[in-house]
Design a protein around this ligand. Structure first.
Ligand code: AQP
Length: 332
């Protein structure tokens, strides 16, 4: 059976980008067709300045949102990364496989280290090494497919390279995974700056739709979205990035083609209104289920505990095999 692994980082409140680019596909497709593991990758949230209490809060909130979105613990495994030690155990072996040069080429490292330095922070070593931990997250489960948004493609490429290199050096140990992207809305852009990705840890929330924003807030953010100087509604990512982003969001919500949708609107205002209402309708059931689940944190904790046990059971034999292959003496 195909094995799938993917995750979300508790660095902020989950966004429409996380949902359209990743989570919706996990819910509607992946958990039904494969042995799927979905993780709150909390260790990755420590690579930049963070408030411990906030990371804890966001981790539980992310888990609650994934269940509210429709991940079903009877069909898939939902767990917190730091509850399964195999991820960090394997990460060290992969640090011994990766090179300094290939990690410094990672786009997210370049962007986030510049941002950290600009705001007077030091750049944590883990920001450089985190793609290796991500590779460990994936390879520990002999994952075949990694459903992610476009921004994570480079990290999955690195994971593939590390798997191939390790297998060549020490014998076949890991499956070589591939990234799988959603057909539309693989990269939802910030509504105020449609040339940059809608990211949950961005400072200004004006261009970001959070999954828990109420209907009025969603409407306001979308009606104030930056559009382009032209008049026509055309799907042109280069020439009209703001309009193209709205068309992709609308297309993602109603499962249609963005270029085909463009012809149905004669003004930016009408496109914004339609997009806002489509997003509100898409998120309504998720928000309602979140309210119910959030009132029962004991249930969410129990799901996470059972998920971690299941994940551990799958990862341990793979990581033990990698340790033996690399020449480490078994503990007995
Ligand atoms: N804007 C986006 N469009 C499409 N997909 C997206 N994803 C994230 N943002 C978009 C996908 O969501 C999944 C979980 O993302 P993540 O939690 O690993 O974090 P990230 O990719 O680093 O995204 P963020 O929200 O921008 O976090 P910060 O701001 O902390 O860096 C992934 O599959 C991702 O591709």
């Amino acid at each position: 059976m195909t094995r799938i692994f993917s995750g979300v980082k508790p660095t902020g409140h989950l966004t429409l980008g996380n949902y359209l680019g990743a989570v919706r596909r996990w819910v509607e497709v992946d958990q039904h067709r494969a042995d799927a593991l979905f993780s709150i990758v909390d260790l990755h949230a420590l690579t930049v300045e963070h408030d411990p209490a906030r990371v804890r809060r966001l981790s539980r909130q992310a888990a609650t949102l994934l269940l509210a979105a429709g991940l079903d613990p009877a069909l898939c495994t939902v767990f917190v990364q730091s509850h399964v030690d195999e991820h960090t155990r394997l990460s060290y072996l992969l640090e011994c496989t990766a090179t300094d040069g290939e990690l410094r080429r990672m786009i997210q490292y370049k962007e986030k280290s510049v941002r950290a330095l600009a705001s007077g922070e030091s750049v944590r070593f883990s920001l450089l090494s985190y793609p290796v931990l991500m590779a460990a997250d994936i390879l520990a489960y002999r994952t075949d497919e990694v459903p992610v948004g476009e921004d994570q493609t480079q990290h999955v490429e690195l994971t593939r390279d590390l798997a191939v290199r390790f297998n060549q050096r020490y014998g076949h140990t890991f499956s070589v995974p591939k990234a799988v992207r959603p057909p539309v809305a693989a990269r939802v852009m910030d509504l105020q700056d449609p040339t940059s990705k809608m990211g949950k840890s961005h400072e200004s929330a004006a261009g970001i739709v959070h999954l828990l924003d109420d209907a009025d807030v969603v409407r306001k953010k979308i009606m104030r979205a930056v559009t382009d100087s032209g008049q026509e509604v055309e799907y042109d990512r280069e020439g009209q990035p703001g309009v193209a982003n709205l068309l992709e969001i609308l297309a993602g919500c109603v499962a249609e083609d963005p270029a085909a949708l463009a012809g149905a609107y004669t003004s930016y205002g009408a496109l914004k209104r339609a997009t806002a209402e489509a997003v509100i309708e898409l998120l309504r059931p998720l928000r309602e289920r979140h309210t119910v689940l959030a009132s029962d944190p004991g249930h969410v904790d129990a799901v996470l505990k059972e998920g971690a046990e299941r994940a551990r059971g799958k990862a341990r034999p793979v990581v033990d095999a990698a340790y033996r292959a690399a020449g480490l003496l078994p503990a007995g």
